[in-house]
Design a protein around this ligand. Sequence first.
Ligand code: DGP
Length: 115
Amino acid sequence: MSTIFSKIINKEIPSDMVYQDEHVTAFRDIEPQAPVHILIVPNRKIATVNDIQEEDEQLIGKMFTAARKIAAEEGIAADGYRLLINCNKHGGQEVFHLHMHLFGGRPLGPMLLRR
Ligand code: DGP
């Protein structure tokens, strides 16, 4: 089953796309939680981190390469940023098309809320 992200990748619905190549697409999150909040997704759907196969290793690497390029273009590389992937219920995953969040543009604070 495809998700809303497939429609964004295929440009069937609008998004603020910042990067696309034959393997990876990146667009601004609709509910930004930092001045820079971009989602980096593989064009081919993989539902969750649990579904990554060994043959996907190159594709996963391309997500990181895209993150590096986008961070530089957004001007946040030197100050730093956070990459985050949620998996399933405890991870808080809402869209079941693998995606890496790129957060930056301000100090991001502790990694997890303490409770
Ligand atoms: P996660 O909880 O990791 O599955 O994050 C899903 C993110 O996707 C969430 O931060 C909001 C974002 N999102 C959901 N629907 C859309 C959409 O239609 N467009 C965009 N740009 N972002 C979306």
